[in-house]
Design a protein around this ligand. Structure first.
Ligand code: ZN
Length: 327
């Protein structure tokens, strides 16, 4: 996936700043023959290209209405395919309309696949793949099951969206359905998990005073990450024992100076801040925590976080701004 980010900060959805706790993902296609991202995403960031009509969605309508989705998939100026994130994932978009049972806007992340003339298999295959990868990433990030991934026409059938046909007027022309899509998303989630397996317990033996070796060095380095000043010599002596007991005491563990599974688990857990104010770039780097989206920190106090090292500082600044505005 070629994931880019250009938040539509002038769109009323962004300006109103309402948030959601996503329970599912809603897939749209634009319903207009224009595969170029610049039709919807702007201004030009040198990848999108210039939109001479200046009718992209990064502008507010005077009456306060505004459609907005969380992402678009389509063509860059050079003809290659990309995905643009256009709203923070947990911000309320306006993409579903409503049905007899309310609106998916309140609970779903929505994205648009830019339609072309609906005849080009190469284009379809590329945007389909991009959509699968984006959806899998979001499912993983928000703990959403693939069965909660639906398209606009399915959402309409469920009574939570207006009467549109997307994407089932398009996918079947190339042998795909929302069922194949959900199956492909499930497969993709599986491969993400496989690429990032949880640390194996076997590599972390029980350590006590007198032990020596590389794994003792690992323990000493870990303790130093939490502020201890041990010499990393691979020799579990009195100093290491004292530090370990102190760490155990401060973290609600049995302070026996023996590093067993519970202590390893604690040491390997990112040191999450206790309050939003405590979240700093330094803390996050120290904790080995990397962040995909600053807004996600609002959920991250309790758990899972994903990754983008380059953007860390900017993302944190943004997070703090968002958080400060919410208080
Ligand atoms: Zn739609």
């Amino acid at each position: 996936m070629n994931l880019q980010k250009l938040l539509l900060t002038k769109n009323n959805c962004y300006i109103s700043g309402k948030t959601i706790a996503p329970i599912g993902i809603l897939i749209h296609s634009t319903g207009a023959n224009n595969p170029n991202l610049r039709r919807y995403v702007g201004p030009d960031d040198k990848l999108l290209g210039h939109n001479p009509n200046n009718n992209h969605w990064n502008q507010a309508k005077p009456d306060g209405s505004n459609k907005c989705v969380h992402a678009f998939i389509g063509k860059l100026a050079d003809g290659s395919i990309a995905t643009y994130q256009t709203l923070p994932w947990n911000m309320r978009g306006w993409h579903a309309g409503s049905g007899s049972k309310g609106t998916a806007n309140d609970h779903y992340i929505g994205f648009e696949i830019c339609e072309d003339g609906l005849k080009d298999k190469d284009y379809f295959d590329k945007v389909y793949k991009e959509a699968v990868e984006l959806t899998a990433m979001l499912c993983k990030q928000y703990n959403i099951k693939p069965e909660n991934v639906i398209c606009h026409s399915e959402a309409n059938a469920l009574g939570i969206a207006s009467n549109h046909k997307d994407v089932m007027h398009w996918f079947p022309s190339f042998g795909k359905t929302m069922d194949t899509f959900r199956a492909d998303v499930a497969k993709e989630i599986g491969s993400i998990v496989k690429e990032n397996p949880p640390a194996s317990k076997e590599t972390l033996p029980v350590l006590r005073k007198g032990d020596k070796g590389e794994v003792v060095k690992t323990l000493q380095k870990k303790l130093n990450e939490f502020g201890y000043k041990l010499v990393v010599d691979g020799d579990f002596g009195a100093g290491t024992e004292t530090a370990l007991k102190d760490y155990q005491k401060k973290n609600g563990l049995t302070a026996d100076g023996i590093c067993g599974p519970a202590t390893w688990a604690a040491l390997n857990k990112p040191a999450l801040a206790k309050t939003p104010e405590e979240i700093t770039v330094e803390n996050a780097m120290k904790a080995g925590v990397i962040v995909a989206d600053a807004d996600y920190w609002l959920n991250a106090l309790n758990g899972r976080i994903t990754v983008n090292k380059e953007n860390l500082k900017a993302l944190f600044d943004k997070y703090h701004t968002v958080y400060a505005n919410k208080k």
